[in-house]
Design a binder for this molecule. Structure first.
Ligand code: ATR
Length: 261
């Protein structure tokens, strides 16, 4: 099994340790590399995959859309997200999928049965992938730029609200998808009114506990950090490549330990 994540930059990727641990635990021989590639190297790389050199790729920033022309098919998840984060081979064809949304949803299944209301903060590519994978349409999307929230709401038949109009107390699950909080200082908005036991998830994993999650923890919410989506998307990708469902809890513990160091 020869696997890799392709992106630029890629030096700090945690995917190799995660997947190599899963390969070992599954008794599979193989390697998972981090490939820092330039756009003009992509054609070659996908030809190598056709030739059997590679069994699978993860795709990360900035190539999640750029790789699409090199593939034979996109599945429904990649179409809905408008982006590819995983490439696998079936019957000689290169297929692009997107496991980000479904990976997060699968991870959050442990904390919620999705019968309540969901709030998604942010309206970028990450939000689109997550909304498309949610098992409920009882969803509100909110964003700094209202127009983008409205576009997503129209596309998925959900509700859009301005950030300042959102009543936090209404929601059972809150998913933070913006880049706000990576600085360890800012939050996209306050969590005033948050109910105890609400599931509050941030997809940022550096830092592991964002200011948004800190505020949620103070209000006794159930907080889910960004390792849930990272490990969740990786687990689904691993299953596409190997047919083996890896242990997500073991994966989350490993990644949390590395991020805490
Ligand atoms: P991604 O594909 O990672 O989601 P993106 O498409 O650039 O990236 O989207 C980034 C998200 O973070 C958007 O929802 C963006 O809000 P806008 O649509 O208003 O730009 C949000 N975001 C980024 N910086 C922000 C900030 N300082 N305050 C509030 N929201 C911010």
């Amino acid at each position: 099994m020869r696997l890799a994540v392709i992106g630029h930059p890629i030096a700090h990727s945690l995917s190799p340790v995660l997947h190599e641990q899963w390969l070992r635990a599954s008794g599979l021989f193989g390697r998972y590399e981090a490939l820092d590639v330039t756009p003009d190297e992509l054609a070659d790389l996908f030809q190598q995959m056709r030739d059997g050199v590679w069994d699978g790729f993860n795709v990360t920033i900035p190539y999640k859309e750029t790789v699409i022309p090199y593939l034979d098919e996109l599945d429904q998840a990649a179409e809905a997200a408008g982006a590819v984060n995983t490439v696998y081979k079936r019957d000689g064809k290169l297929i692009g999928t997107n496991t980000d949304g479904a990976g997060l949803v699968a991870a959050l299944d442990r904390w919620t049965d999705w019968t309540g209301r969901v709030l998604v903060i942010g309206a970028g590519g990450a939000a689109r992938g997550i909304i498309s994978a949610l098992p409920t349409r009882d969803v509100t999307v909110t964003n700094r730029t209202m127009e983008r929230a409205e576009r997503l709401a129209d596309a998925f038949g959900i509700e859009a609200q301005a950030l300042e109009d959102v009543d936090i107390a209404r929601y059972d699950v809150i998913i933070q998808t913006t880049s706000v909080g990576m600085d360890g200082v800012d939050s996209p908005r306050s969590l005033k009114g948050l109910r105890q036991n609400t599931v509050v998830c941030d997809i940022i994993y550096r830092p592991l506990v964002t200011p948004f999650l800190k505020e949620a923890a103070k209000a006794d919410a159930k907080i889910v950090n960004g390792t849930a989506m990272f490990v969740g998307q990786g687990a689904l990708a691993f299953e596409y490549w190997t047919g083996v469902r890896p242990d997500q809890l073991v994966g989350m513990k490993l990644i949390e330990r590395l991020l805490e160091e």
